[in-house]
Design a protein around this ligand. Structure first.
Ligand code: SF4
Length: 109
């Protein structure tokens, strides 16, 4: 093996190492992309939200179906622990307010 060959292999190795180092943080970004998409808050103007009478503030809901003690925070469909905004099984990839309500409400058991 000549000195020239060793230099070329060393450069190739360093290039691969550099590219690999750059890709590691990017792979983390890709893994977190679905989580970031899930961070979007549900809009009260969302067509599905409107059809289910969703409100960020349950006390403002005028639908007779809602009982006074019904809030997202005690609904079976709310996911996660803690935090004012959390995922809800009724609204994929959107966050609902824990003090909200919609007509898909199911009492948490
Ligand atoms: S299904 Fe439950 S947690 Fe989801 S918006 Fe309706 S009341 Fe809130």
């Amino acid at each position: 093996m000549t000195d020239q060959t060793i230099k070329l292999q060393r450069r190739k190795f360093l290039r691969i190492l550099t590219i690999g180092s750059a890709l590691v943080p990017m792979s983390g970004l890709l893994l977190h992309t679905p989580a970031l998409a899930q961070q979007e808050k549900l809009s009260e103007d969302d067509p599905l939200a409107k059809s289910l009478n969703y409100s960020h503030d349950a006390t403002k809901v005028t639908v007779k179906q809602r009982e006074e003690d019904q809030f997202c925070y005690n609904c079976q469909l709310l996911q996660g622990e803690g935090g004012a905004w959390r995922p809800c099984q009724a609204f994929a990839n959107k966050l609902v307010n824990e003090n909200g309500w919609c007509s898909a409400y199911v009492l948490k058991t």
